[in-house]
Design a protein around this ligand. Structure first.
Ligand SMILES: *Cc1c(COP(=O)(O)O)cnc(C)c1O
Length: 450
């Protein structure tokens, strides 16, 4: 697969792109070409895992042999993405049945499986094609362990930790602010052990984030460790997410399959980017709605052509509290190349009051939801016209936002099994002061490679 840096001239392979994360000058990688898939109706008849491996092989090509891709997808997509009917013409695509109860499990688990097989895959593609290797200057790390270093304010850390747990040749270190995440959030990823190390830092999330950044800029650390950040900008996460849009359409009754409008609750706009790639591949989706909370940079931009981010506000849908969505250049590139018509996307911002109202309206229809999905539902209601079928994405399990859900609906909601199980396990974190030198000493002493 050929990818290009959207900022400066730099062409890389898929395997390069997943180890590099970001390109030169912080540029995002994007496929140079998205060739439509032939015979989509036949593809839609396949099961989720088989179909997803076909889609990813179509996108990524021979860097990952088809049989390897099948076993990667089998290991990553171990849970379903059911389309749940809410009313006559509205469905929710539930993406929260994975181990950390949010859609980020799909992308993180696929990326983990690819990185876990990196050494073998690189050897394989070298044998296949000796001439394609010149782009990988200085990043060849065959035979070495990879250390994933990441900071979390709660949810990303859990998805990354679960995705890499037990993956060969990968060590994971996660920094989080001590005492500033909920006990359940902490239990979800600090009880795993094995190749997952968690550091409770006596500081806030920004301190954790800045120590991670410092490590990536520290020559001593970078020369001795094989570091990767596994963050959400990684192209592997995006490509994995393309697959569940096909799963959504596959579950619609045949007569509705060409009428779907999909509403995506958006923060960094990775999920929407994946949906637009699915459409570019030929999946029959009529159009998309980008649903945001009051952090409404994109809806204002589409209305006025002015890109003017405001100060980020805290809202009920906190995973979408983003005012400078970092995937937007990828969407802009699809518009500019004519892969996606600008008319295929509209955007709506939903305020806090309407978010709560939407949760109540859904509950009255017998559907328990949470703030992120409720925003997508409300935006869909604004935009849907006669004969269209609406799908909104359920990005998190309602129990993940238990407190606000219970407050707004006035109902107690039970914990799902994944949370009940880990709630009784011991937390294995090390505590460290808010001091980069101590974090650095921990990393060098445990993970030195070179
Ligand atoms: C991350 C997240 C989002 C936003 O997804 P993007 O791809 O960043 O737009 C929405 N809802 C939930 C629950 C999330 O965790």
């Amino acid at each position: 697969m050929k990818l290009e840096n959207l900022k400066v001239k730099q062409d890389v392979t898929f395997l390069d792109a997943i180890t590099l994360g970001l390109g030169k000058e912080q540029g995002l990688f994007f496929p140079s070409n998205i060739a439509p898939i032939e015979n989509i109706p036949a593809l839609l008849k396949e099961d989720f895992v088989t179909r997803s491996s076909h889609i990813l092989t179509h996108l990524i090509g021979n860097e990952i042999p088809a049989e390897t891709m099948k076993s990667i997808v089998e290991a990553a997509f171990t849970f379903a993405a059911p389309l749940n009917q809410v009313n006559e013409n509205t469905y929710c695509l539930e993406l929260f049945h994975g181990p950390t109860l949010a859609f980020k499990d799909f992308g993180a688990r696929f990326m983990a499986q690819c990185l876990g097989r990196y050494n073998a895959l690189v050897k394989g593609s070298e044998l296949q094609n000796d001439t394609e290797n010149d782009a990988r200057d200085g990043t060849d790390c065959s035979g070495q362990k990879l250390t994933i270093l990441t900071a979390t304010s709660g949810d990303t850390g859990a998805a990354v930790a679960h995705a890499f747990h037990g993956v060969d040749d990968v060590e994971v270190v996660i920094l989080y602010p001590k005492g500033k995440i909920s006990l359940l959030q902490e239990k979800l990823f600090c009880t795993l052990g094995d190749n997952i190390k968690t550091l409770a830092i006596e500081g806030d999330f920004d301190d954790c984030q800045s120590m991670v950044k410092q490590a990536f800029q520290d020559d001593e650390v970078m020369s001795q460790l094989n570091l990767n950040s596994a963050n959400s900008i990684n192209i592997a996460r995006l490509l994995a997410q393309v697959c569940y849009y096909f799963e959504a359409i596959a579950q619609l009754p045949a007569e509705q399959q060409a009428e779907a409008v999909i509403s995506v609750p958006s923060g960094n706009f990775g999920n929407l980017t994946a949906g637009l790639i699915a459409k570019a591949l030929g999946l029959p989706i009529k159009r998309f709605i980008a649903a945001t909370n009051e952090n409404d940079t994109v809806p204002r931009y589409l209305a006025s052509q002015q890109w003017s981010p405001n100060q980020t506000k805290a809202t009920l849908s906190n995973a979408m509290d983003v005012s400078e969505p970092n995937n937007w250049p990828r969407i802009e590139a699809m518009f500019e190349r004519g892969i996606i018509a600008r008319e295929s996307l509209t955007a709506v911002a939903i305020d806090e009051q309407l978010t709560q109202l939407a949760m109540k309206q859904l509950y009255q229809q017998g559907y328990l939801s949470e703030p992120h999905a409720a925003i997508a539902y409300k935006a869909l209601k604004h935009a849907l016209v006669d004969d269209e079928v609406g799908i909104f994405l359920g990005t998190a399990h309602p129990a993940k936002f238990k407190d606000s859900v219970e407050n707004i609906l006035g109902e107690m909601i039970p914990l799902p099994e994944a949370l009940v199980e880990c709630a009784s396990e011991a937390i294995l974190s090390h505590s460290l002061p808010n001091d980069y030198e101590q974090v650095k000493a921990f990393l060098l002493c445990r993970y030195r490679q070179k």
